[in-house]
Design a protein around this ligand. Structure first.
Ligand code: ZN
Length: 135
């Protein structure tokens, strides 16, 4: 397993980590297989979406904050219920196929770490598994 350190700068931030994950794949011995990206936090997640136009990530950040506003009639005393809710919306893992020693992403796709209670330092776990031949 590869452990990536991620540093965010804002409370809600979609951070493109495609290059870092691709580096982990390139440094592995796997040519064909599966890459799992897992975020071990309760107020941060991971998604795959368009990374060609950075405005898409900005629009999503705004939309998440609209869907779960920071202030609300929440019970959780820590004051970050909106962060937990946003994380539930994104989920905390993604799977990308690996072919030719590279992530098999669509033309416009990128992998985004989703910070919902930043800024802070975070961890992303990446596990790259090879196909197993039959017999
Ligand atoms: Zn909390």
């Amino acid at each position: 397993m590869v452990s990536l350190r991620v540093k965010t700068a804002r409370r809600t931030q979609l951070l493109d980590i495609t290059r870092e994950v691709q580096k982990a794949v390139a440094e592995s011995t796997v040519n064909s297989g599966v890459c799992t990206i897992y975020v071990p936090h309760t107020t941060a997640g991971v998604i795959i979406n368009e990374h060609a136009d950075p405005d898409v990530a900005s629009d999503m950040e705004a939309a998440f904050d609209q869907m779960a506003p920071r202030e609300g009639n929440y019970r959780h005393a820590e004051g970050n219920s909106d962060s937990h809710i946003k994380t539930a919306l994104t989920g905390t893992s993604q799977v990308v196929l690996v072919e030719g020693g590279k992530l098999a992403l669509g033309r416009w796709q990128g992998i985004f770490f989703c910070e919902f209670d930043g800024p802070r330092e975070r961890t992303v776990w990446v596990k790259i598994g090879a196909d197993r031949d039959r017999g």
